[in-house]
Design a protein around this ligand. Structure first.
Ligand code: HEM
Length: 468
């Protein structure tokens, strides 16, 4: 049997800096290019080697069955100043315990309850739009997604003013993480740049809000709605009977706030961008929401009757998965797919690159939600579709996210269309998650009735072959 060797280095490395330039400036193109060089390949930043897994079966092994052999990567540890030892960064038995404790807050019955709040907030947001308004879709969805997480998970524990502060502050935290990811030396973080200043001010504000909400709930007599905060406060360690420490509750709350907002808002922003460029998809979506909702807001009960809306979101997450690059650190020398991964090395997997592999998805560059219909099962490889990760660290909020995104998109599409307000090309920007930058759009009111007439009089639609 051959002795396992370290994966071969991908071509394109420059002397001294290695692949640093491509990783910094052409990261997405590099990740796609790497697919051609093997199931696991090495890239280099200076003398440091990083490994990229291109085979989804090996990625599933790393994230799932053999997850205990891969710990938290340095890239993820950048989040520690925000999320401390919350779910995303914690490991081993401690992580398993925390996850067990938090899971009940995301079960089916709970998400069904949250859906009422999602529906109410989506409706009030759609009501607040006016004809011909120019808006920044990424900012609008960021504000809506943050308010939804705050209201669903902490019910009334965070008042309106503080919610607005969270909405303002969170993007500064994420921007800081994004900028740190591009600077492995850590030097940039110490300079008095606007990004660093706003980060420090925002983290102080958010920490204060979350600490205040925890303290207030501890001192209140209980009662009220059962939300995530109450689950965290009531929980007891099965062995010691100890409650969760306030510091840990704080870290879990910050984790949920950061993991549960930008991911959703960016997916929604990409969706309206793609819809604006694909009239045949838009028409079909409008047909579905008009028939099911006739202009009203979507509810949890409507979800099974909105299959195409779900396919549109599924396809957006294939092309633009917010978690476009997942990473781990090998705990010890490990063999994966016959390759040796030395202890401590960073091992990455890109859902973005794999979702665009022509061997796994037919015409992968095309936005084609219908590929997710049961009749076209041959056009997709479900095992290679990993926008929510997998295994012990897989997204705990997946059910929450699908419910939220479907309700928001259907409620919006039932009344409004968002049209591009700028001819500027929109390109994905790989920060910590996959950003779409500032996405300026103009609102156009829809009339569900005219949409129904249009649908019944137009010829059957077969998507052309647009690019994204
Ligand atoms: C479109 C929406 C979302 C996407 C694409 C997404 C994606 C992901 C991915 C890929 C991971 C795994 C990271 C890894 O294994 O390295 C993850 C973990 C996580 N997500 Fe999500 N997520 C979304 C929405 C949400 C929401 C709405 C919440 C909560 C309200 C949430 C909370 C979390 C948490 C707490 C973790 C860490 C779980 C753990 O480590 O045990 N996510 N998410």
């Amino acid at each position: 049997m051959p002795v396992p060797a370290v994966p071969a280095e991908a071509p394109g490395a420059l002397p001294v800096v290695g692949h640093a330039r491509q990783l910094l400036w052409q990261r997405l193109a590099l990740l796609e290019e790497l697919r051609r060089h093997g199931d696991v390949v090495a890239v280099r930043i200076g003398p440091v080697r990083l490994f990229v897994v291109n085979d989804p079966a090996l990625a599933r092994e790393m994230l799932g069955r053999r997850a205990s052999e891969f710990g938290t990567s340095d890239q993820y540890r950048l989040m520690a100043q925000i999320t401390g030892n919350g779910l995303l960064l914690s490991e081993g038995a401690f992580h398993r315990r925390q996850r067990r404790l938090i899971l009940p807050a995301f079960n089916h019955a709970k998400v069904r309850g949250y859906a009422d709040t999602m529906s109410r907030l989506a409706e009030s947001w759609a009501d607040g739009l006016s004809e011909g308004r120019r808006l920044s879709a990424d900012e609008e969805f960021a504000a809506l997604a943050t308010e939804i997480v705050v209201r669903c998970l902490f019910s009334q524990g965070i008042d309106r003013r503080s919610t607005a502060e969270v909405v303002d502050g969170l993007p500064h935290l994420m921007r800081w993480v994004g900028s740190r990811g591009l600077d492995p030396t850590g030097l940039l973080a110490r300079l008095p740049t606007p990004v660093n200043r706003r980060f420090r001010a925002s983290i102080r504000t958010l920490n204060g809000i979350v600490r205040g909400a925890v303290a207030e709930r501890r001192s209140s007599s209980g009662g009220g709605e059962e939300d995530l905060l109450s689950v965290l406060l009531q929980t007891r360690d099965a062995e010691t009977g100890e409650p969760m420490a306030d510091r840990q509750i704080h870290d879990e709350v910050m984790t949920l706030l950061t993991a549960g907002t930008e991911t959703v808002s960016r997916t929604l922003a990409w969706t309206v961008h793609l819809l604006a460029r694909h009239p045949e998809v838009r028409r079909r979506l409008h047909g579905e929401v008009d028939e099911v909702l006739a202009g009203r807001a979507a509810s949890f009960e409507d979800l099974p009757r909105l299959p195409y809306t779900r396919q549109v979101l599924t396809e957006t997450l294939r092309l633009y998965p917010s978690g476009y690059l997942l990473s781990r650190a090998a705990v010890a020398d490990t063999v994966l797919g016959g390759h040796l991964l030395p202890a401590g090395s960073t091992v990455m997997f890109s859902p973005y690159a794999v979702h665009r592999d022509p061997a796994l998805f037919a015409e992968p560059g095309r936005f084609d939600p219908g590929r997710w219909s049961p009749e076209r099962a041959d056009d997709v490889t479900p095992e290679a579709y990993l926008p929510f990760g997998l295994g012990p660290h897989g997204c705990i909020g997946e059910g929450f996210a699908w419910t939220e995104m479907t309700i928001v998109l259907a409620t919006l599409a039932a009344r409004w269309e968002l049209c591009p307000a700028s001819a500027k090309a929109v390109r994905p920007v790989p920060t910590f998650s996959l950003s779409c930058g500032r996405m300026l759009m103009t609102t156009r009111r829809r009339s569900p009735l005219s949409a129904v007439v249009q649908r019944t009089t137009s010829a059957p639609i077969r998507p052309a072959a647009p690019t994204n």
